[in-house]
Design a protein around this ligand. Structure first.
Ligand code: CP
Length: 300
């Protein structure tokens, strides 16, 4: 079983993963990892949270990890993704990959004899989405019936996965960004199959009734060439004190990090009492352990 897209798991499967995470918190392990299991982490892009939390997850579950920068492998000399996946999967038990192209990830999965986990591509960031949902459930006690307001660059990989995951779990999604700038139609259409997604350029209208305010960088990895233009475009959608005044005082503020204080969010809000951004980062470790155990359980 691979985890390439958030849709690879059903609502019931996501709930099972959350149950595993709940058990892990109580030091109970419903499923154990085969002793000596090894994951290769193949990362084309930088990472602090996802890389290190997956490494720690494997170690704490009794397994091992090998971090590989693809530039140091024969991929850099033209070996293709299919052959790389065939070879790596003959050595290890999991491939955890952060790649630029989602097509390359699919190619690896097609040719891998072991589970492939998406640690972020240009299209999706599904492990982040599950960590985010679990954080919301921790803070609000439920998911169904809540409203999440997503601010800024609503077409990025994190938002693509999160909007689908939220609607799958019965949440309403408000995408709030500049007029004329459209979130990814493919992902919006998918999310609408599960629930309510509305697009707003008016902040006050979009944030009304929101239980969760979510933002992310204005310039995702690989978009640096457009950085000045994007910052100008999205700046009116910064999550700041004015936005918080329009929202419910009970709304939580989320950010997957790394944050750019003074751009998509002010330091005052990120470090303020409504922010749960650092809990989100912490819970990545727990949810990644649960994902590994869930997938390992399906492989037996
Ligand atoms: N949120 C997230 O994916 O962080 P990293 O890029 O540090 O892994």
């Amino acid at each position: 079983m691979h985890f390439l897209s958030v849709e690879d798991f059903s609502k019931a499967q996501i709930e099972e993963i959350f149950d595993i995470a709940d058990d892990l918190k109580k030091n109970k392990a419903p499923i154990s990892l085969k002793q000596g299991s090894i994951a290769v982490l193949l990362f084309e892009k930088p990472s602090t949270r996802t890389r290190i939390s997956f490494e720690v997850a494997m170690a704490q579950l009794g397994g091992h990890y090998i971090y590989v920068d693809p530039r140091t492998t024969q991929l850099s000399r033209g070996e293709n993704w299919a052959d790389t996946a065939k070879v790596l999967s003959s050595y290890v038990d999991f491939i955890i990959a952060r790649l630029y192209s989602h097509k390359d990830l699919n190619e690896m999965a097609k040719n891998s004899s072991v589970p492939v986990i998406n640690a972020l591509t240009e299209d999706e960031h599904p492990t982040q989405a599950l960590a985010d949902l679990y954080t919301i459930r921790e803070k609000k006690g439920k998911l169904k019936g809540l409203k999440i307001a997503m601010f800024g660059d609503t077409a990025n990989n994190t938002f693509n996965s999160l909007m689908i995951a939220c609607t799958m779990m019965g949440m309403e999604v408000a995408l709030i960004g500049p007029k004329g700038y459209l979130p990814s139609t493919r992902f919006v259409a998918k999310a609408k199959e599960y629930g309510i997604v509305k697009v707003y350029d008016d902040i006050e209208e979009g944030v009304e009734g929101a239980d969760v305010i979510y933002t992310d960088t204005f310039v995702s990895m690989g978009e640096e060439h457009d950085s000045e233009l994007r910052k100008k475009l999205f700046m009116p959608y910064q999550v700041n004190g004015t936005v918080l005044k329009m929202a419910s005082p009970r709304a939580i503020v989320m950010h997957p990090l790394p944050a750019h204080r003074g751009e998509e969010i002010t330091g005052e809000v990120l470090d303020g009492k409504q922010s749960v951004a650092f809990d989100q980062a912490k819970l990545k470790l727990l949810i990644e352990k649960a994902i590994i155990l869930y997938i390992a359980g399906k492989e037996i």
